[in-house]
Design a protein around this ligand. Sequence first.
Ligand code: APR
Length: 277
Amino acid sequence: MEQILAACRAELERGGAVVALTGAGVSAESGIPTFRGKEGYWTIGSREYHPQELATFEAFERMPWSVWAWYLYRRGVCLRAEPNAAHHALARLDAALSGRFSLVTQNVDGLHRRAGSPDARTYPIHGDITQMRCAADCTVERWPIPEEVGDVPRGEDVPEAWQKLLVCPRCGGMARPHILWFDESYDEPRFHFDSVLRLARRAALLLIIGTSASTNLPWHVVRLADGVGATLVDINIEDNPFGDIASRTGGVVRQPAAEAVPALVEHFVEYLGHRVG
Ligand code: APR
């Protein structure tokens, strides 16, 4: 661990940009299932629906209210969850690094924001489960799902009264969850694609937390940051492909995020404090 801390201190000393890339593992200790873990949404989901089948625009066109029911069920799980020590530690790191820290998250649960990570430096690259947008893309704007739309228990239908509220405020047409689906592509206005690539190219220290390296843009982020000589640290309870890359520069920490991230941030803040003091 000392070797990892020394590598991180050296980057902090150089004053470069720090980026955190988070996945479902950072919210696991808040009680939100991951996707590919034993009780993961895709692992469990596969008994009823194949993930590619459910989380797609194609499925939404074919069975919009089944897809809405699934996301309103998951939204309920996220709204009942609380940010954990890892979310709070990353918000603290943002404050300590005043402007040179950015947070790229694959999570749609909104827990980073609720922990205090500022929207200006937080990039949700797979959307936000509390938001909706026009299903016909009459605009790229998105809106909070109305509060009157409550929680749909798993396997139940969306009540008609709520269906009437899930409309685009601009064109009056159907609204859809603001989520990046498997048959869709990243872009800038909805998913911060170009902004996140820019961050990766400027990163000096990249903290990779709780992801299985299963989606596209995170691979770009890790490869670009590694390519510009950034120090990479992978925090995960299991080995994963990003850990193999990180082991060449910073290293890997095989501990739960809610334990490892606060400890790392405490070390950074203390070090920065001594530097300033
Ligand atoms: N602390 C740290 N890591 C953890 C913890 C924990 N407490 N619990 C689980 N993990 C790790 C797992 O070992 C795994 O590597 O978190 C990772 C979760 O992996 P996935 O379930 O695949 O989630 P993620 O990597 O975020 O998935 C990426 O795939 O399906 C899409 O859009 C969805 O954003 C999601 C994306």
